[in-house]
Design a protein around this ligand. Structure first.
Ligand SMILES: Nc1nc2c(ncn2[C@@H]2O[C@H](COP(=O)(O)OP(=O)(O)OP(=O)(O)O)[C@@H](O)[C@H]2O)c(=O)[nH]1
Ligand SMILES: [Mg+2]
Length: 432
């Protein structure tokens, strides 16, 4: 049976990685250890098997699996964690041999998400992801058993139980999807009411642990949980941020990405990820001190591509520069990624420059106006104060002159005015 990670928390376990000679094996294995400690487990041994490809029955080969079984007995561990997704058969064979739970990277990530989910939406999404993960495993297990027992009249009670389980899971998946549809509607309503306000939304994206929540808190004076753990943030938070000069922007902090992010998660977290797909600007935070910073950028981009957000305007931000003691690296990074901004979200260094960059982008998103309105159209003046920034009004005997900026997205508003003179059209036909 597939082990739940639930009991593995604060339990002793062994990590097992299969090194096929990939460039990033070491980093990804280190990340697995980090994930395990983020889930609250204690790792007593790390084992690596060098092999060009996994074997179907035991993944790391039977000999190595027997060796690990011996270590399991000696060290009295309660789980063995693998770096990649195992097939249901590998999972079953290995747990029978080890006499303890066998987990893979996907299950672990799903478990961390389950621990972190606070909102109803988060909880529903993670439950759906877990069931989607479980379902093919049940199905394949069932197929396997039916082949073994074979044919009419030989269906055992275990098999029937699996069929029942499978049906129950399918029903639950269906119910969760329906509930998530409702959540999506609420989110849509929240977003639409936000969109009624003319301020664009910028979304912080980046690899998990890059420092998104630290920056978010610094900029918005919020208290989103910051932890040296993977996936500290799960549920999105949105705050209105005001620049001097009157422009505002919605800033949103959301879930971090990771390599080999289980696709069930991306599928299930669509509602949360919509904050990213609907954003006007992405602020992509990268931990410059991380040895695999570039791989992390690529992994984040892969997810952005999957959710259709890769072509959005993006500001690349190198965070944690306080941890880098050579200015050469920072210089090189900025040359490699023109327009990128170095900061330290922890100390605040460089954050002013980032704000300037965001303000520049905001400015490119608006249009200056100089308009003349009939004296009685104070309703339009009020609207301009609402949607515009830096709005100045000048009441003259023949009309109200208004100067200031409005978002490009709302420039259709200007159709009511003469393009050349800026004089209100209705005013022209009525008065002149
Ligand atoms: N030295 C240093 N540490 C930082 C900086 N920014 C963030 N951190 C630390 O990095 C860790 C992760 O920070 P978070 O802000 O939680 O990262 P995140 O990107 O929100 O992570 P997830 O929510 O897990 O995706 C924490 O221990 C922070 O204190 C920085 O500029 N310098
Ligand atoms: Mg966070």
């Amino acid at each position: 049976m597939i082990a739940t990670v639930e009991e593995a928390r604060l339990e002793r376990g062994i990590l097992v990685g299969l090194d096929r000679g990939e460039r990033d094996f070491e980093e990804s294995f280190k990340e697995l250890a980090q994930l395990a400690s983020s889930a609250g487990a204690v790792i007593v041994e790390k084992l690596v098997q060098k092999m060009s490809s996994p074997t179907a029955p035991y993944y790391i080969g039977k000999g190595k699996a027997e060796e690990i079984a011996e270590i399991c007995r000696q060290k009295k561990v309660s789980f063995v964690l693998f770096n990649e997704e195992l097939s249901p058969i590998q999972c079953r064979n290995l747990s029978a041999l080890f006499g303890c739970k066998v987990l893979d990277r996907t299950q672990l990530i799903l478990d961390i998400f389950a621990q972190r989910a606070k909102t109803k939406e988060g909880k529903l999404q993670i439950e759906l992801a877990q069931l989607l993960y479980l379902l093919p495993r049940l199905t394949r297990l069932w197929t396997h058993l039916s082949r073994q027992t074979g044919g009419i009249g030989t269906r055992g009670p275990g098999e029937t139980q699996l069929e029942v389980d499978r049906r129950r899971i399918l029903e639950k998946i269906h119910r969760l999807k329906k509930e998530l549809e409702e959540v999506k509607k609420t989110r849509f309503i929240q977003r639409s009411s936000r969109q009624k306000l003319p301020w664009p939304t910028a979304c912080l994206v980046g690899y998990t642990n890059a420092g998104k929540s630290t920056l978010f808190n610094r900029l918005t004076n919020s208290h989103v949980l910051v932890e040296d753990k993977l996936f500290a943030t799960l549920d999105p938070t949105i705050r209105l941020f005001e620049f001097s000069g009157g422009y505002k922007i919605f800033l949103s902090d959301t879930v971090g990405f990771i390599q080999k992010l289980p696709h069930h998660l991306i599928e299930s977290f669509k509602a949360t990820l919509e904050e990213v797909t609907e954003a006007d600007l992405l602020i992509h935070l990268v931990d410059i001190s991380h040895p695999w910073a570039e791989t992390q950028i690529n992994e984040v981009n892969k997810v952005l591509e999957q959710i259709g957000a890769i072509h959005k305007p993006t500001i690349l931000v190198w965070n944690k520069i306080d941890l880098v003691n050579t200015s050469g690296l920072i210089k090189r990074r900025i040359e490699e990624y023109p327009g990128s901004v170095p900061i330290s979200a922890a100390t605040g260094f460089g954050c002013e420059n980032l704000l300037v960059k965001i303000a520049e982008w905001l400015k490119s998103q608006r249009r200056f106006l100089s308009l003349k309105l009939p004296l009685e159209r104070t309703d339009i003046v009020a609207k301009l104060h609402r949607i515009g920034s830096g709005i100045v009004t000048d009441y003259q005997p023949d009309g109200i002159w208004v100067y200031g900026w409005i978002p490009l997205s709302l420039s259709s508003f200007l159709e009511q005015f003469d393009g050349a003179t800026g004089i209100y059209r209705n005013g022209i036909s009525e008065g002149h």
